[in-house]
Design a protein. Structure first.
Length: 226
């Protein structure tokens, strides 16, 4: 297990060093995620992402807002249906309003399992998208690993490594939409709050771009205390 952690740490370092040679291709994503239980089986998903063309958050590429209802069908399985809105802006555009707008309905199934201390998260997502009035369907699959560093499980005070690969598939025109490879260092501040800082490489057709990512997850329990 120590060897796995060392390998993943080296991977993150090399990926970060590689950014210095590609500054013109580096973006920046600032993200918030929330999952708030309102009953034993139901929670509310909330999400805000500011995606920027450059490292400094001064050139907005996309504003993404997403919400949904989660059904916790088992301890390791969650079904979700929700709505998302995406406003897209061209690089260094002088236009104040977005050049593209998207509304989407999405359905999701998350299944988790553990092997030793490593948590595996399988995320299957369907999207029905209306992009500037053009209707599209898309399927996404993401495999993510969570690996605690200083404790056997992820709990308060745990440093952890997060790594994932996600593939996007369209139903028409270009079959392969994109692929995202991500690695990050995370910290579980409390039972409800965690942070991640990492790097994502996104491949769209023959182009690649790196994105620095900073995420906070805040998941307070909204159920009434008995």
């Amino acid at each position: 297990m120590l060897r796995v952690q060392q390998t993943l740490t080296i991977f993150l370092i090399l990926l970060t060093l590689n950014l210095s040679a590609q500054e013109e291709q580096i973006g920046n994503w600032l993200m918030y995620f929330g999952s708030n239980k309102i009953s034993d089986k139901v929670s509310i998903h909330s999400e805000v992402q500011y995606r920027h063309h450059t490292i400094a958050p001064v050139n907005v590429e996309q504003l993404l807002l997403r919400t949904g209802i989660n059904c916790h069908i088992a301890d390791n399985a969650i079904l979700t249906i929700g709505y998302g809105y995406v406003a897209g802006h061209q690089y260094e555009s002088e236009q104040a309003t977005p050049e593209s707008e998207e509304s989407r309905i999405w359905q999701q199934f998350i299944l988790t399992n553990k092997i030793s201390r490593v948590k595996f998260e399988h995320r299957y997502r369907l999207e029905q998208r209306w992009v500037n009035g053009d209707y599209k369907n898309r399927f996404r699959y993401r495999l993510m690993l969570f690996i605690p560093i200083n404790k056997p499980v992820i709990e308060k005070g745990t440093l952890f490594i997060g790594i994932y690969d996600e593939v996007f598939i369209n139903d028409k025109k270009t079959f392969f939409d994109r692929n995202r490879l991500y690695g990050a260092l995370g910290y579980q501040l409390s039972k409800t709050t965690s942070f991640q800082a990492g790097v994502m490489q996104q491949q769209v057709n023959n182009s690649n771009k790196f994105h620095l990512q900073f995420a906070v997850a805040y998941n307070p329990d909204l159920r009434k205390k008995k």
